[in-house]
Design a protein around this ligand. Structure first.
Ligand code: ATP
Ligand code: MG
Length: 393
């Protein structure tokens, strides 16, 4: 058992001591069985939320309506969720109603994929009611029960299925795949933010080539923002060798480049995808830089900054224009200034020392000086810069 499960064992045991069932469930069980690192430990129990709260001293109602209570124990928080069924998926997303039940089987049945419907007890025994172990062994992504029904209940599951294809490097089981193809348009019912999360995980997974290929073959791309008309370009991305990206910024920068968008158009696409402004900004900058590889100018190095230069370089790799990371880092480190604040001349100097009039010209002079310092045509010391600035008077 992984350390995180061992630490959580007392919680399961206490629930059991009070006559309830309790299991590890979801992603942590799947990842443990795959020998992968786990992040969060999810616990499911037959105890109702009020019963959970009466057993443990310190709890927080993190999702009480859905049956989730967080138990605080030795500085850790454990999410314990009552077995539940879901019903009334009126609009192809999340249920209208959850009903707490005492049966583990009912709880596992409402889960999306067989590999996500495994449970493990405190001793490490696996409870496999839907063939999840076989599918893990054969690296198969399969919906629990009838895939069409399950995707009608919650269309996001289709994206999750393909996301796991990439994340785990698994294959999509044929009936599950057919059901996605037939129902891909239901994605339009799902909030873009939630599709976004799955898309990024897909692109950052172990086998994004395969994930993207399934995303295209099942037609899900047609129902994602800005992708409907981009099949050819997305297919080029799916065909890239050794596709391996390490950040969301890199994912979108690559998309912007391969969809032949100008950086500002990429920004617009990202707003359609409800991306945060912070990431939009970063991507626009990184994409501007990519166009200059493998010979980024001092100005580009300066305005992009090292973290986004590394993103740009990662993307440039797929255009055959990357430079060695050490080279790029050296270029950056050799810049005479890394930030405007390091420039030894300010607008105040121009106004106070050179008695220039405040106005737009001040900014223009500073910009010109900054450029000359960056390209090492002027040394970055106040005397030199003031002397030079005088010529503008
Ligand atoms: P990750 O490693 O990304 O956290 P995960 O499988 O733990 O993967 P979560 O979103 O954390 O995914 O969900 C926890 C569990 O809840 C899943 O393993 C699955 O059993 C169930 N689940 C999550 N989303 C859905 C859904 N849309 N439909 C049905 N079951 C779901
Ligand atoms: Mg999880």
């Amino acid at each position: 058992l992984p350390q995180k499960f061992i630490e959580a064992q007392p919680i399961l045991e206490q629930l059991q001591a009070h006559g309830f069932e309790a299991y590890f469930v979801g992603g942590s069980v799947r990842d443990t069985l795959l020998g992968m690192e786990i992040h969060d430990v999810d616990i499911a129990t037959s105890a109702y939320p009020a019963e959970v709260k009466s057993i443990f001293k310190r709890t927080v109602d993190t999702g009480i309506k859905h049956g989730t209570v967080m138990i605080l124990d030795h500085g850790e928080g454990y999410e314990v969720t009552t077995f539940r069924t879901e019903s009334g998926y009126q609009d192809f997303r999340r249920p209208d109603q959850v009903t707490f039940v005492r049966s583990l089987k009912e709880d596992l049945k409402r889960r999306d994929l067989t590999i996500n419907a495994l449970a493990m007890d405190a001793q490490g025994n696996v409870i496999d009611l839907f063939g999840g172990l076989t599918d893990l062994k054969h690296k198969t992504i399969r919906a629990v029960g009838d895939p069409t029904e399950r995707f009608h209940e919650d269309a996001l599951r289709m994206m999750r299925a393909v996301r796991f294809v990439s994340q785990l490097n698994f294959k999509l089981e044929e009936q599950t795949k057919q059901a996605i193809m037939a129902n891909a348009s239901l994605l339009t019912k799902i909030a873009v933010e939630r599709i976004h999360v799955e898309w990024v995980k897909l692109m950052l997974g172990k086998n994004p080539n395969q994930g993207l290929t399934e995303f295209l073959q099942t037609d899900m791309f047609k129902y994602c923002p800005a992708f409907a008309e981009e099949k050819v370009q997305l297919t080029h991305i799916a065909a890239l060798e050794n596709l391996e990206l390490s950040s969301e910024e890199a994912v979108w920068t690559l998309c912007g480049r391969f969809l032949n968008k100008k950086p500002q158009q990429t920004g617009k696409m990202l707003r359609q995808w409800k991306t945060s402004n912070e990431i939009i900004n970063a991507v626009v900058h990184a994409q501007e830089a990519v166009a200059f590889f493998p010979e980024p100018t001092a100005q580009i190095l300066y305005q992009t900054g090292l973290p986004l230069l590394l993103v740009a370089n990662q993307v440039a790799q797929y255009e055959g224009h990357a430079v060695p990371v050490t080279q790029l880092t050296n270029w950056y480190n050799e810049l005479p200034i890394k930030d405007k604040k390091e420039l030894q001349l300010t607008g105040t100097d121009l106004i106070q020392t050179l008695q220039m009039k405040p106005g737009p010209q001040i900014g223009q002079i500073i910009k010109a000086v900054e450029q000359l310092v960056l390209t090492k045509k002027l040394a970055n010391d106040k005397e030199t810069l003031l002397h030079y600035a005088k010529t503008f008077k």
